[in-house]
Design a protein around this ligand. Sequence first.
Ligand code: ZN
Length: 189
Amino acid sequence: MYLDDKEFGSVLLQRRARSRYIRLRVTPKGEVVVTVPWLTPWKAGIAFLESKREWVRRTLERQSRRQDAYAATDPQEPVTDAYIARLRAEAKRTLPPRLAELAARHGFVYNKVFIKHNRSNWGSCSTRGNINLNLNIVRLPDRLRDYILLHELVHLREMNHGPRFHALLEEVCPDHRALQREMKGWRLV
Ligand SMILES: [Zn+2]
């Protein structure tokens, strides 16, 4: 049966012969489901839901945040060869000048810059001082694009992710921790 909850909308209340405990879950679509054992009265299920209201609220919030993040970061169109070709063209046009600008501003010197396409990293830096940038970078907002570029420039001086790398990154990009977290919402295509 369905309960009409003032906060969560319709809540499915069901009995299962094989359940031994009252269970509460939120489905990926955001439906709240309470399962009670066969001989347990419905009102026990309702009381359980009441006692877990805060948990349900947080779970639904987390879910909707995740959906927002995906809506913003998934490509708005199918990933075809033509789409990748467009990303590549935009990357070749915009990324090298921006890299040069950031390098000049912070005093970094690199050798060459290459635009690459792979699904394993946003950028990389070689011991010869060359910087590889993934064409996916052009899908990112400007602040994240700059974060990736600065991260690779700092690798020219520190080839690892040790404390000295982070100290240097902190100087040129004070928000780097928040930006790094934000990067987790993005995936390479
Ligand atoms: Zn790195």
